[in-house]
Design a protein around this ligand. Structure first.
Ligand SMILES: C[S@@+](CC[C@H](N)C(=O)[O-])C[C@H]1O[C@@H](n2cnc3c(N)ncnc32)[C@H](O)[C@@H]1O
Length: 181
């Protein structure tokens, strides 16, 4: 499956508390709006997508390269939809969640199914290959509706290195990680 890809499929994620901190920053920049479209680039087992959907009114979308991880997330949405079939609040949240198997290295512009630009982006991009990070930045540069990006920032992944245009740093948070080695 990965034969034609430069992707690195290692795992790691921010703790729930750290993700909450990041989402709170995003909310200051419009994430708590029905018009917002949040994308987790490399969504893994889906925690940031579920977290964002529960905490905001945004549509929340996970794209992930590894098929079993996407399947896990889709099954989770299905399971919860059945389990909470009589809970309209939960169902409303689940309806705003979407997961798709996509290689971020092949995305040229981030949009929802209606062709409207996605607005809020998160990526635990530290595990991504340099080619993928470059492709993500190129696609973000084409996504004019793009409002905020949260991603790992160190000497390997700094924004400047990949040429993201028209951005300024609005906040910097220390995130605690699990599973990233
Ligand atoms: C470190 S995990 C983070 C998962 C999730 N975002 C979180 O924070 O809980 C990164 C994920 O990115 C995925 N990934 C790596 N390269 C990718 C690519 N080119 N396109 C889509 N997903 C990719 C990996 O398979 C992995 O599941």
């Amino acid at each position: 499956m990965l034969a034609d890809s430069n992707a690195q499929v290692g795992y790691g994620e921010a703790t729930q508390a750290s993700m909450g901190t990041i989402i709170n920053v995003f909310k200051q920049y419009g994430l708590d709006s029905k018009d917002a479209h949040f994308v987790d680039i490399g969504s893994g087992f889906g925690k940031p997508v579920f977290h964002a959907a529960i905490s905001t009114k945004a549509r929340c979308y996970g794209i992930e390269l590894v098929e079993p991880r996407v399947e896990y997330c889709l099954k989770m949405v299905e399971k919860l939809t059945q389990e909470y079939a009589n809970e309209s609040v939960v169902l409303e949240i689940l309806k705003r969640i979407e997961f798709t198997r996509v290689d971020a290295g092949n995305v040229h512009r981030y949009q929802n199914r209606g062709g409207v630009d996605s607005t809020h982006f998160y990526s635990f991009n530290w595990v991504m290959s340099e080619d993928d990070n470059r492709a993500i930045v190129e696609a973000l540069n084409q996504t004019t509706g793009f409002q905020i990006l949260g991603w790992c920032c160190n000497e390997k992944t700094t924004i400047e290195k990949f040429g993201l245009k028209g951005v300024k740093l609005v906040d910097r948070k220390q995130a605690r990680m699990v599973g990233s080695g």
